[in-house]
Design a protein around this ligand. Structure first.
Ligand code: SF4
Length: 234
């Protein structure tokens, strides 16, 4: 069992290193955002392409200047503003609800950034609408926290390559990836893994033919009579 785990860790480490070499990452956009805009961007980025997120976020930043305005926003206006990013009904509700809890609870996102990780994470996830992944991505980008958040793309890749099962919990998947990724490389690895999931190991029609892992991937479509691909939608 120990040997198996070690082999898996070695294989995962090699996968992460390869993916890091495949994709360069750019988060220069972060400089233009305040902390609430960053939260909104993280929410809008889920299952939405970057171009549409940028359009929605530009609309959002032009229309709302203060978190208090968002907390009191007319739902129709908020929906229109973020509509280009898709799922606008549910996302508008979520964004306004988060803004309301922050304003009414007297929560300061700036102050959260000065707290130890566990405390900061607990406060963020106590806000309805902010889950573990959103909290981790926020802390990772806003203050360089050395975490490796698991989004839907990373989870899909991990399942397809056989590193985790479909029911594995967020924390477990995160621990496995963090174990093989040096501290200062985690943000880059998170972003590069997402690129790999978006461009190669896509939810539909994964590009196994150009994937460097196709020989050892248990879900590779190459040389198989039928797809063994599992569709993971998380
Ligand atoms: S071989 Fe196919 S299923 Fe496996 S990781 Fe590569 S793209 Fe994804």
């Amino acid at each position: 069992m120990v040997v198996q785990e070690t082999n898996d860790a070695d294989r995962l480490e090699a996968v992460v290193k390869t993916i890091l070499r495949m994709f360069s990452v750019d988060i220069s956009w972060v400089k233009e955002l305040d902390l609430f805009q960053l939260l909104v961007r993280i929410i809008l980025s889920q299952k939405t392409n970057r171009k549409n997120v940028d359009i929605a976020l530009k609309n959002f930043s032009e229309r709302f200047k203060k978190i208090e305005d968002i907390a009191e926003a007319d739902m129709g206006v908020l929906r229109d503003v973020i509509r280009p990013a898709g799922m606008w009904r549910i996302r508008a509700e979520r964004i306004r609800e988060i803004a309301r809890q922050i304003v009414r609870g007297g929560i300061s996102l700036e102050e959260i950034l000065h707290l130890p990780y566990d405390e900061a994470f607990n406060i963020l996830t106590s806000i309805k609408g902010i889950g573990p992944k959103t909290a981790d991505v926020f802390l990772m980008i806003a203050r360089g926290e050395d975490v490796l958040p698991i989004d839907t793309h990373i989870f899909r890749v991990m399942v397809r390559m056989g590193f985790v099962g479909t029911r594995e919990k967020y924390e477990e998947v995160k621990k496995k990836l963090e174990y093989v990724t040096p501290l200062r490389m985690r943000m880059r690895a998170h972003l590069a893994l997402i690129e790999f999931g978006r461009r190669i190991c896509r939810a539909k029609n994964p590009k196994c033919r150009v994937c460097p892992f196709s020989k050892n991937c248990p879900s590779s479509l190459i040389g198989r009579g039928r797809s063994t691909r599992r569709t993971i939608t998380r």
